[in-house]
Write a protein that binds this ligand. Structure first.
Ligand code: IMP
Ligand code: MG
Length: 180
């Protein structure tokens, strides 16, 4: 285990089992289609490429990078697109692949934006859902969800703190002294 990690929350095996089962669900739902996996950089990258390799249906992959305006703009949920999709999403089955759902401000802004591209369908796939963060009225529909975790700060498997720890094969709770 990395010296900055307090505890492993999701092991490598738990994650790979989950990725496999989500891939099976997507295979079932998208038989006969070629969905676009729209990976949200940077955190979603590890999950997206693992998922894609477990899927049987043909899929394309594309990448977007966004940032939310920050806490002051919370209610508006506007986002800045740092990197837009390269593929034309119009009339395509699009699945957003994101690492974690926390406040969901970023995701909500992103979904609003993506609807303007008129995809045939738009679904959301999130590896980790933080519970106890959002009010019921602030909640979001996650079509494919890996794990529910409590409201703790986690790193690994794509998730970072100050751009570190993304390479860890597991998801762990960061020691508080690292960020305080
Ligand atoms: P949001 O609050 O749902 O908009 O989360 C936006 C982004 O914050 C996520 O896509 C992650 O990149 C990051 N984030 C939220 N919680 C964590 C965490 O526990 N560890 C690492 N990154 C996080
Ligand atoms: Mg992210």
């Amino acid at each position: 285990m990395h010296k900055d990690v307090e505890r492993i929350l999701l092991t490598k095996e738990q994650i790979s089992d989950k990725v496999e089962s989500i891939a099976k669900e997507i295979d079932k739902d998208y038989a006969g289609s070629v969905p676009i996996l729209l990976c949200i950089l940077n955190g979603g990258a590890v999950f997206a490429v693992d998922l894609m390799r477990q899927m049987q249906v043909d899929a394309e992959i594309d990448f977007m990078q966004v940032s939310s305006y920050g806490k002051g703009m919370r209610s508006r949920g506007e986002i800045t697109i740092l990197k837009d999709a390269y593929l034309d999403l119009k009339d395509r089955d699009v699945i957003i692949i994101e690492d974690i759902a926390d406040t969901c401000i970023t995701l909500k802004g992103l979904i609003k934006k993506l609807k303007e591209y008129r995809p045939k369908s738009l679904k959301l796939c999130v590896l980790i859902n933080k519970t106890g963060v959002r009010e019921p009225s602030e909640d979001i529909d996650i079509d494919y969800k890996g794990f529910d975790i409590p409201n703790v700060f986690v790193v690994g498997y794509g998730l970072d703190y100050a751009n570190k720890y993304r390479d860890l094969p597991y998801v762990g709770i960061l020691k508080p002294e690292v960020y305080s």
